[in-house]
Design a protein around this ligand. Structure first.
Ligand SMILES: [Fe+2]
Ligand SMILES: [Fe+2]
Length: 471
């Protein structure tokens, strides 16, 4: 295992200095990345010092290093988690064999596709969020946004390294295309639909980091199981950074819930719109929206592709090795939901064919945890209202529920009933306009916008009033 070379042009722990060709190729890609960052990354504050965490090592302690840097000078690098000696493949047809250090010819196309699709989401989210710094509710939040953005940029580096190192000329072309597709571009959009929508306001950003980044966490966690060891180790390290993104989402939504409860108490009313807050029913609608579009990212309930990836050892389940079964799943059965004109039922299929649904179940269970915490905040404030995740079939556009209308509680309804109620279930134009009207940038250290409570603590033991971005 190579040591961390932090002073190299491209900081890395993959021994780049010993592979001149690869080093040269990546050094040619680097200025293109910087140009993309300056054109498509944060729309403002690029030259203001930001209190950022930079990865300098992959060990337990030393990988996080804090200091003020201007974002284009951030040390994007290539870091893989430490290898597991003698790692064996944990599932699928090759279970028990040695993990692969090179790409097997028969799986080259599939692995390349998996890496490109994952890699494409990383710069996409930076593009989706590029205007948010203009309306950050505090310097603390602006800093967190930028931290998420630079790390998504580093995740792109992680995938681009794999493409350059293991996929030859095809991989180099894929890497260039990562910077050529753009979120929402009519001619050359990002690969996945959800990554072509703008993140229009900070409530959406918090919801996105809670619900949509969490889809990313589950995708990375299943790629961490991959028999292709460099991909596994790459994803392992990305997941460490991803944990912060989950934190931004969970605490971000939590602080909005807290502020809403405070305003409700203070003014003794459910409607705090005129007091600069966001009503609970609007928060519920945002949850309904972001959760349902994120569920679509897991794909159809049953999938031959997912089954093939699993059998081949390319992509496992969440925490594959902790599961107590045969890790081949050809004869183990499970139920998946099935929507028909008669209503919502279920059917029995092999677990191998239902891997998307299994990952979606794990994801949903994880999402619930935030709801429990937010509801505790409401209960502690004496507000009798519970936020909920909608039914899995609500507002879905992929899989068995596509083409059916379900209420948030899971009742199958007509198109007319849907139309009559949709503004109560999903953010209406008026809701979005109100949230938008609250989006004013706050740049005095320690001050917060009206609609969100301060965080309970700052970053890296700094106070909340710390100058997280020097303006
Ligand atoms: Fe990421
Ligand atoms: Fe992320």
């Amino acid at each position: 295992m190579a040591l961390v070379d932090i002073d190299a042009k491209i900081p890395n722990n993959v021994g780049l200095a010993d592979d001149r060709r690869l080093q040269r190729a990546l050094e040619q890609w680097q200025p293109k990345f910087i140009r993309w960052w300056e054109d498509m990354g944060p729309a403002a504050f690029q030259r203001n010092p930001v209190f950022l965490r930079t990865a300098v090592d992959v060990g337990q302690e030393g990988w996080a290093n804090f200091g003020h840097v201007e974002m284009p000078d951030y040390r994007w690098g290539v870091f893989l988690a430490e290898p597991t000696p003698d790692r064996k493949i944990a599932f699928g047809d090759h279970k028990g064999e040695d993990a692969w250090q090179e790409v097997p010819g028969e799986y080259r196309a599939d692995l390349r596709r998996l890496i490109v699709v994952q890699g494409d989401t990383e710069p996409a989210s930076v593009e989706q969020q590029r205007k948010l710094s203009l309306t950050a509710p505090s310097l603390y939040d602006m800093r967190n946004l930028f931290q998420v953005n630079v790390e998504e940029g580093r995740h792109l580096w992680a995938m681009v390294y794999l493409l350059h190192r293991y996929f030859g000329r095809d991989g180099r072309e894929d890497a260039d295309e990562m910077l050529e597709r753009h979120s929402g571009d009519a001619d050359n959009p990002r690969i996945l639909g959800a990554f072509n929508e703008e993140t229009p306001d900070w409530l959406s950003f918090f919801m996105f980091t809670y619900f949509t980044d969490r889809d990313g966490k589950y995708q990375l966690a299943s790629l961490r199981e991959s028999a292709f060891d460099p991909l596994s180790r790459t994803c392992d390290f990305m997941l460490k950074e991803e944990a912060h993104h989950m934190f931004v989402g969970a605490t971000g939504v939590g602080r909005v819930v807290q502020r809403t409860a405070e305003l409700m108490r203070e003014h003794d009313t459910d409607d705090i719109t005129s007091f600069g807050g966001i009503n609970l029913n609007v928060l519920q609608k945002y949850i309904n929206f972001h959760y349902s579009v994120s569920l679509d990212l897991f794909g159809a309930e049953t999938s031959t592709n997912a089954a093939n990836y699993f059998a081949a050892g390319l992509k496992g389940r969440f925490q594959e090795e902790r599961r107590d079964d045969d890790h081949q799943l050809k004869s183990v059965m499970r139920l998946v939901p099935e929507a028909t004109d008669e209503g919502v039922g279920s059917r029995e299929v092999t677990q191998l064919s239902a891997l998307n649904e299994t990952l979606r179940d794990d994801y949903s269970e994880d999402c619930e945890k935030g709801l429990v915490r937010w509801n505790r905040t409401l209960a502690e404030a004496g507000v009798s209202f519970e936020l909920r995740l909608p039914h899995v079939g609500f507002n879905r556009n992929v899989g068995t529920f596509k083409g059916y209308r379900l209420s948030p509680t899971g009742d199958m309804i007509s198109e007319e009933q849907w139309e009559a109620n949709v503004d109560e279930w999903l953010p209406s134009d008026a809701d979005r306009a109100h949230v938008q009207s609250l989006m004013v940038g706050v740049s005095e250290p320690g001050k917060m916008a009206s609609w969100v409570a301060p965080p309970s603590r700052g970053i890296n033991q700094k106070p909340v009033e710390f100058e997280y971005v020097r303006i």
